[in-house]
Design a protein around this ligand. Structure first.
Ligand code: ATP
Length: 580
């Protein structure tokens, strides 16, 4: 990225109308310095420059002074910096507007032009900064794999620190670059479910969301859903070339509809790559909480979480998102982005629907009620463990620093992994292509995302799977993301495209207090270090669950599905999510 020349000018603070300011725009910040005396604009008694990072800027606007006879123009710049807190208050962003009066010329048109020049420069540099951050931090090293295909080693560098190193196929690398930002020339479809959560989604839209989208100059069309499956039908038939992204202001249920609607299209392979955005408006808001968690900011709830997600939306960085193909013993195939649950968690989710009016508290009430009448569930569970060392290809700038030695070790692991992976993929394809019945039963009409790791549900699982003995469970939960609700961190190390299902299960014999302790620990994501002998955690690529206890509840992304045998396979990074 070539550095643009510095811009410098004298403006007046619009609030006081008197304080003269020297304003400088560099590639990364807007610096404001007081000239002469007058009441300070920022903090009483502060003498040094005020530095406003363009990384926190969502947009700016030039306008003419409304007073007749006043030839001044105004430049308003909108920032959402992380809130500084010395206490353990939740992390969040706060809105800060800086408004400058531009009045160097006597001619009103000349002042407006000057304000517009500055507004364009601020917008351009803020957007270059986001794009540059992504491009500068990726260093690709081309390697030839054993099969002769192009593979890459991707180094993620930020401020001269090596943050991560991972193996990457050419297709994934292209996806990373091609989809690095939401296209700004087309409109965003914003879907709002007015019934989600406590029914507050519309007021969230007309309040903070609309205000931030306007400041960021994001053109969008609001669509309120009128009934269940409205969003699904809408995206199934929409002309997607009109839209740069689909944003869901609701709970996770509406995104589940959107993903399944996209996968039902003839052009599903292209359609599922449209960037998806999530703004929390429901009661669980698992994906929104996870997206915020991936930025490595501290936990944020409610409106803080909404501002954080809306800020990420305005920045428009897009990352790959895992999709899970779910097969039921009868009925249609589903696509999930979040979770599959059986037992305690699924029961709480469905039974607490009647407490929807209390918002996120419904899960706490449901958990306490279900604890009082704790059940166990007989069943069989099998899974294909995740490959060792498989990593996310998405760019997470804030991963813990990786030492050089770690990196060298990982490169040699990755070279090994590259050749193992090609062998392994060959074997998997071979296993299933031998089974012609499987192709006929499952895929005769469905050529979407072949599940090459699954065998037909009525057949035994493939021999390379781990089979748990038939036993009684308290819960089985597989998730793709860190959070299952705003305050439930079930797999803290999950990444949006790590290619894993994070499988947690609790076996029978756990006491009520021990189970309650696990749920309390999940508030901070520390349950895995509780050393509870009944809690088992595995990273898997695919799983099969066969419930024997009847009746019961199975949920996929919080939606109740047919009760019976179910299996699932994760497809790494197949969709796109607007993420930090
Ligand atoms: N206008 C509507 N009226 C009734 N139901 C709707 C409407 N629009 C969407 N739905 C359905 O409402 C269900 C719940 O929506 P959603 O998941 O967005 O909110 P939530 O359940 O409050 O949030 P969460 O999933 O985070 O707990 C979805 O399954 C969706 O199909």
């Amino acid at each position: 990225m070539e550095a643009d020349a510095e811009l410098r000018a004298e403006f007046t603070d619009a609030a006081s109308g008197r304080l003269r300011l020297s304003v400088t725009l560099t590639d990364s910040c807007l610096t404001v310095r007081k000239i002469g005396s007058g009441s300070p604009v920022w903090q009483h008694g502060q003498e040094h420059d005020l530095e406003l990072g363009l990384g926190d800027c969502v947009g700016c606007r030039a306008s003419q002074c409304e007073d007749e006879g006043d030839t001044a123009a105004f430049l308003s710049v909108y920032f959402y910096p992380a809130r500084r807190s010395w206490t353990r208050a939740p992390a969040g962003r706060q809105r800060v507007e800086h408004r400058f009066r531009v009045a160097a010329e006597e001619d009103a048109r000349a002042n407006l032009e000057e304000a517009e020049t500055w507004a364009r420069a601020v917008r351009h540099r803020a957007s270059q900064l986001v794009q540059g951050l992504r491009n500068d931090c990726l260093m690709k090293i081309l390697i030839r794999s054993a099969t002769g295909e192009n593979d890459y080693i991707l180094l993620i560098i930020h401020h001269h620190d090596l943050l991560d190193i991972s193996w990457c196929t050419e297709r994934k690398l292209n996806a990373c670059v091609e989809f690095s930002r939401v296209c700004v020339s087309r409109s965003v479809m914003v879907l709002v479910n007015p019934q989600s959560g406590r029914g507050q989604a519309m007021s969230l839209y007309t309040g903070p969301v609309l205000s931030m989208l306007t400041e960021a100059n994001i053109s969008h069309t609001l669509i309120t859903t009128e009934h269940r499956n409205h969003a699904r039908e809408l995206v199934r038939n929409a002309d997607l070339s009109q839209w740069s992204a689909i944003v869901i202001l609701s709970g996770d249920g509406l995104l589940f509809e959107v993903i399944n609607g996209l996968m039902e299209r003839e052009d599903w392979d292209e359609a599922i790559r449209i960037p998806l955005g999530i703004l929390p408006g429901g009661s669980g808001n698992a994906l929104a909480a996870s997206v915020h968690h991936y930025t490595q900011a501290g936990p944020a709830l409610g409106e803080d979480l909404l501002l954080s997600c809306c800020f990420l939306l305005c920045k428009g960085l897009v990352c790959p998102l895992d999709i899970v193909s779910v097969r039921l013993s009868s009925g249609p195939r589903l696509f999930s982005f979040l979770s599959l649950a059986w037992g305690f968690v699924a029961d709480v989710d469905i039974e607490s629907e009647k407490f929807r009016h209390v918002g996120a508290m419904r899960f706490l009430v449901g958990t306490l009620l279900r604890l009082a009448s704790l059940r166990t569930y007989q069943g069989r569970l099998a899974f294909l463990p995740a490959r060792e060392n498989s990593t996310s290809s998405s760019v997470s700038f804030l991963r813990p620093h990786t030492s050089f030695c770690d990196s060298v070790q990982r490169v040699s692991h990755m070279q090994q992994e590259t050749s193992n992976r090609h062998e392994c993929e060959g074997q998997n394809t071979h296993n299933n292509s031998n089974d012609k019945d499987f192709q006929l039963k499952n895929d005769s009409k469905d050529n979407r995302l072949p599940d090459n790791l699954l065998s037909p549900i009525e057949d035994p699982v493939p021999t390379n799977w781990t089979i748990e003995k038939e036993q009684e469970f308290v819960l089985v939960l597989a998730t793709c993301h860190s959070h299952l609700a705003e305050e439930l961190v079930v797999s803290p190390d999950a990444r949006p495209d790590d290619g894993h299902l994070h499988l947690l299960y609790v076996t029978a014999g756990i006491s009520r207090p021990a189970l309650l302790r696990l749920f309390l620990a999940m508030e901070k994501g520390t349950h895995l270090s509780c050393e509870c002998p009944h809690l088992i955690y595995r990273r898997v690529q695919a799983l099969r669950l066969e419930p024997i206890t009847k009746p019961g509840v199975i949920t996929v992304d919080g939606e109740q599905v047919e009760y019976g045998p179910i299996q699932a396979q994760v497809h790494k990074g197949y969709a796109r999510i607007i993420c930090g």
